[in-house]
Design a protein around this ligand. Structure first.
Ligand code: HEC
Length: 511
């Protein structure tokens, strides 16, 4: 993703991939309106690719969380390692985002962000490498700050004015995001030598915008508008347009300014609302902008990969780029978690999976994960190829058409709001999200369990075996909460007596 995909197109016109014969078998066919798209895998056995971006040499430049930066040839699938960064601290995170300078002939710079250990403390740093002779050398730290192994974002892009834009996560301390003295939970802006631009909102500070939780998608459209996608907590994943000096609200405002507390905060601080917010959450990751002619149905859209929902969202924008007018879903749960996307000058879309990360979904990782897939318009020429390839016709799914009518109500609530952490089978993720199967809270009294789910665990002591916090679910209504409590007690605690909406209402009224 990132501006790299678009920016480099001018350098590479002489060798766009349109006339090249790709050898990859077509694994799936997706029909979007009148266009048929083919899906092929171009490389497997990657180790959690975080960034894929199109280079001026028509190669896909790729970071893997273990510290590897490589170039992948989309035609041959050949991978050439440019550097293996050795001081990456790989716990949950590691090497994350990367941006290539849009004018690499003049400025042969590659900017990367990763976590490392400075003494005993985890730091997140932005490092500039110099590219020459098929290698990245001369690392120079441009900026760093104390970090964490979760919630670090991140994404880096280069603006058309040559400035570095770096989106950072809140480091799992929500209050960081509103503290403009801290660099976590922000969009930061720097010159390419790491100095602070004179026209930043606050003199001497890299902070360009504040109030973010976990931004993982960032891209400019051709008109220079900057979009960001970020993870909400239990509700409200967001896509925002980033403007100089604006505050995007986390943690006081989640999604739109609609609750009484949020309205009060907005009155005092002026919060910028998102273009779009998702509840239940989808876990949005990398994002790119589609402005090519090749696939007309994708034009003027943000392409957004998701982890939890494991799909590719096409967010079509209005002409001004200020509103999402439609949302389509491609690749619905077919390749597992999707982390990043980039568009080639010829208009092909490349997507990378993230099934070897710390939180894989059911059935993943598959033996050859992770992979990069190519989505392209099928032309007459490709039909030959298709006739011999296994076919799997899939239609683009309209958003929110989840086929869950057959499931019990409590299971639907559980799938939408709980399974991303505690997993469909209730076993959780060792060391991070507790199992609900052996939980005394689940098999104990509803009058203790309900308030816990309403309030979450923020502020309370963490349970043994968990390293993060349970979000508050007070926004679910009494009926939904009663259903999910009934479901987890029956399914994971083997207690068959149901919980009623009246019991939830009572627990709520006790505060
Ligand atoms: C973002 C991840 C996340 C989501 C989503 C989530 N939980 Fe949790 N949950 C946690 C974490 C982390 C803990 C441990 C909290 C602690 O110990 O501080 C926890 C603890 C619990 C516990 C107590 C387990 C024990 O034995 O201590 C229950 C019960 C529970 N969650 C139920 C739910 C239900 C029901 C939902 C959906 C409505 C849900 N959780 C959604 C992360 C999550």
């Amino acid at each position: 993703m990132g501006s790299g995909c678009r920016k480099q197109s001018s350098l590479s016109r002489n060798t766009t991939a349109t006339n090249i014969n790709f050898k990859w078998p077509v694994e799936r066919v997706i029909t979007v309106d009148s266009t048929r798209l083919g899906v092929s895998t171009i490389i497997t056995n990657l180790n959690v690719p975080w960034e894929i971006t199109w280079g001026p040499d028509n190669q896909i430049w790729c970071t893997e969380q273990d510290g590897t930066i490589s170039k992948i040839n989309p035609v041959t699938g050949e991978k050439k390692v440019l550097v293996k960064i050795t001081d990456v601290y790989r716990k949950r995170l590691g090497l994350l985002s990367m941006a290539l300078h849009p004018n690499m002939k003049k400025w042969p710079y590659v900017f990367v962000n990763y976590t490392y250990l400075k003494g005993e403390v985890i730091f997140s740093k932005l490092v500039r490498y110099t590219y020459s002779h098929e290698a990245l050398t001369q690392p120079k730290i441009l900026l760093e700050f104390p970090a964490y192994y979760g919630h670090m974002g991140s994404r880096v892009v280069i603006a058309s004015d040559g400035k570095i834009m770096w989106a950072t996560g809140d480091g799992a301390e929500a209050t960081n995001a509103q503290d403009t003295n801290l660099l976590s939970g922000k969009v930061l802006r720097l010159n390419i030598d790491g100095t602070i631009p004179a026209d930043n909102p606050v003199k001497g500070s890299p902070v360009w915008a504040s109030g973010f939780r976990v931004p993982q998608g960032m891209v400019y459209n051709p008109n220079g508008m900057l979009y960001i996608a970020e993870h909400g907590d239990a509700t409200d994943d967001e896509v925002n347009i980033i403007q100089k000096g604006h505050n995007y609200g986390w943690p006081q405002v989640q999604g739109f300014v609609d609750l009484p507390e949020e309205k009060a905060y907005h009155t005092a601080h002026t919060i910028t609302e998102p273009l779009k917010a998702w509840t239940p959450t989808i876990a949005p990751a990398g994002m790119d902008f589609y402005s090519k002619n090749s696939i007309p149905e994708l034009q003027n859209s943000l392409l957004l990969t998701t982890l939890k929902e494991s799909d590719l969202r096409v967010l079509q924008l209005n002409k001004e780029g200020t509103a999402v007018v439609s949302e389509k879903i491609l690749l619905d749960q077919q390749y597992g978690r999707l982390r990043d996307v980039c568009v080639s000058p010829a208009g092909d879309v490349y997507v990378s999976t993230s099934n070897r990360d710390w939180n894989p979904g059911p059935g993943f990782p598959q033996p050859t994960d992770d992979r990069i897939i190519r989505i392209f318009k099928i032309t007459d020429k490709d039909k030959l190829n298709l006739a011999t390839a296994p076919q799997n016709f899939v239609t683009a799914t309209p958003a929110n058409s989840v086929s869950e009518a057959a499931l019990p109500a409590g299971q639907v609530v559980y799938q939408q709001y709980c399974a991303s952490c505690h997993k469909a089978d209730g076993n959780g993720v060792a060391g991070t999200f507790p199992s609900l199967r052996s939980s005394g809270k689940v098999s104990g009294e509803p009058k203790d369990l309900i308030p816990f789910i309403l309030k979450g665990s923020s502020g309370s002591k963490k349970t043994e075996g968990s390293e993060s916090q349970m979000p508050a679910f007070h926004f679910l209504n009494d009926q939904q909460l009663a259903e999910v409590v009934t479901y987890i007690r029956s399914e994971f605690g083997n207690i068959k007596s149901g919980t009623t909406a009246a019991q939830v209402a009572e627990a709520r009224s006790l505060k």
